[in-house]
Ligand binder design. Sequence first.
Ligand code: UT7
Length: 319
Amino acid sequence: MLLNSRVLGHGHFLPAKVLENNDFVNFIDTSDEWIYSRTGIKQRHIALENELTSDLAVKASQKALDSANLKSDDIDCIILATTTPDETFPSTATKVQTQLKMRNIPSFDVQAVCSGFIYSLQIADSLIKCQKAKNILVIGAETLSKIVDWKDRRTCVLFGDGAGAIILGKSKGFCGIMSTKLYSDGSWHDSLFSDGGPSINQKVGKIRMNGKDIFKQAVNKLTEATNEALSECNLDVKDINWFIPHQANQRIISSTAKKIGLGEDKTISTVRYHANTSAASIPLALSSSIENGKIKSNDILALCAIGGGLTWGSCILKL
Ligand code: UT7
């Protein structure tokens, strides 16, 4: 029997505290004009000191469960994409498992930085297709504000906190995840990394990035990955109802959409309100755009992301 996976529910959560561009002028040499014109960002949500990645993940997941009309007991696997786990170990996914009072199901984190949600989708889809799970909670959750260097104006204005989640369920007919493509090239390490880690110096580290390097790579790699995912499921760019790229920079989003042959009218952009939330950016954009009625059932979505590693990937998804 050929099985597919499909999205059964979605949810997202943003911390209440908002930091606007103008708030930065109090502690770094920057301006709303610079940030907005270079990135399209106007504001970002910031977690409180005692508000953890797991807290955001749990709130987004509870909404996803409610939207799918499922109970905690119905979930048989949790995959959580994050670059900002609560602790070095255990996984943040296990904290979600216990806080949502789920059964003793497998739960684990995926570390692929901004591509983590796309990586998690491929893993979840594969687990469902090989009948290891029926309903998988797939989460992207981040508190990047805790690892940015607030004195580095080149990076601290770019990132924000939040979480998005979907439930991916078994489907006998309808094909939700139509294709996924994943890639990495570790030789780009020095262009985007954290200058700390358990093995290297026993610290958490802060985000270090050569923005120009990443910008140049992003447009080409996201375009190629999206075209390859389309061709894998025999679809054409004309079949896409909505393009949901990783929300890092409006200029990257617009340039990639243009290169693929998609207009702004088919492109979801939430970077203005959320900034770059790494692994949470795509599920946040997806869930908030379903909630506001933009994205509808049966729409064909093209998702793509690129991040530290480099890692990148794409997914064609019918809602
Ligand atoms: O999700 C992970 C993937 N990451 C990304 O996708 C980020 C990709 N890169 C980018 O989005 C862009 O490269 C940035 C937004 C990070 C930077 O934009 P840019 O147009 O590449 O600017 P730049 O780095 O070339 O900097 C131009 C100038 C520099 O001044 P000088 O050296 O020319 O005098 C920077 O020091 O802008 C300066 N600058 C700032 N000025 C005011 C850098 N950050 C700021 C700032 N406010 N916050």
